[in-house]
Design a protein. Structure first.
Length: 330
């Protein structure tokens, strides 16, 4: 299925807060203004806003999450030392989302967490993000760069006029910087790549998704999703080849062993035959009354191939990243 490509600026929402039909489609750069209407009353609690940065190098895996869910802010820091398998993690839930600042335009502006045990500041420009984070056991100071002409992939997923999601995936960013773990300074290591997952939307209470990403040198990456987009006419599937996005506009089938998350993950569909072989699995679980989240994220190396709607084919061998299943009540 060929999705509509958006080529000019557009608002996500109408004046009444419903989805603007003109916003439905995908874009190669941030063109949507996510003018969500966050009001008390009917629909309050359904607005979800987040930034997630995932970084993979030959030495470390790093995750930084900042999110606001109307009734709470949920933040997280995660570091994996690949050689030893040791993990550092800090998580924080702040009632009513106090002390979190998120902007309405992807990849530009400041993201800040100023209350609670986790502090984060991300200054985002179109081609560079400086990302700092502090917690009792983890300090990060990173710079994420994008080649000036490199494209991103954004898409609006319409469940209905009142439930919808805008997501932007910025792939194959180069990453450098330092980590301080339990007071010991370490460098991120060479050949580090980052992915930004920027999300703004109005969600149903229960949601399950799959997400996979892998990056390599020269503006090469794969972005795959599933379940939450199925049947909507929109997908978050795409290839990045030499810095150019090539869209995959059909739903994919994910196969993995929920009894053993460390076994290979398969993603298949028309022109897509991809396998992620994990080297580590991160498990995260939160239960706070009405709020619940269960995530299994397998970090690993991709193999196989994928062909986009325009016929562009990418050999996925050697791309490093992750595949995940997330189940949420939020």
């Amino acid at each position: 299925m060929t999705e509509r490509e958006i080529t000019g600026p557009v608002d996500l929402c109408r004046e009444d807060g419903s989805l603007d039909p003109d916003a439905v489609g995908w874009a190669r750069r941030p063109l949507h203004r996510t003018n969500l209407r966050r009001r008390l009353g009917r629909g309050w609690g359904r607005t979800k806003r987040w930034e997630y940065w995932g970084v993979v190098s030959d030495k470390y895996v790093v995750g930084v999450q900042v999110s606001a869910l109307d009734y709470a802010a949920v933040h997280g820091l995660y570091v994996l030392e690949r050689a030893s398998g040791r993990e550092w993690r800090e998580d924080a839930t702040v009632p009513l989302g106090r002390g979190v600042g998120l902007h309405d335009h992807a990849a530009e502006g400041r993201v800040a967490v100023t209350s609670g045990p986790i502090r984060v500041v991300a200054d985002q420009q179109r081609d560079r993000t400086t990302l700092t984070a502090h917690s009792p056991s983890i300090d990060l100071d990173l710079v994420l760069d994008r080649p000036p002409a490199q494209e991103s992939m954004s898409v609006v997923v319409p469940w209905s006029s009142s439930r919808f999601q805008y997501t932007l995936k910025d792939l194959a960013l180069t990453a450098r910087g330092s980590l301080v773990l339990d007071g010991v300074r370490r460098t991120l290591g060479p050949d580090a790549y980052a992915v930004l997952d920027h999300g703004r939307g109005v969600w149903p209470y229960k949601a399950t998704w799959n997400w996979g990403a892998g990056s390599g040198p020269g503006g090469t990456a794969v972005q795959l999703g599933g379940r939450w987009t199925d049947g909507t006419g929109s997908t978050e599937n795409a290839l990045l080849v030499d810095g150019v996005v090539h869209k995959i506009g059909h739903d994919l089938v994910w196969t993995y062993d929920r009894r053993d998350w460390s076994r290979p993950w398969r993603v298949e569909g028309d022109g897509v035959d991809a396998t992620l072989t994990p080297f580590h699995v991160r498990t995260a679980s939160t239960e706070l009354g009405v709020l619940g989240s269960h995530t299994h994220q397998a970090f690993g190396t991709w193999s196989g191939s994928a062909t986009a709607d325009d016929g562009t084919t990418l050999d996925l061998a050697g791309l490093v990243g992750w595949a995940e299943e997330a189940r949420n009540r939020w």
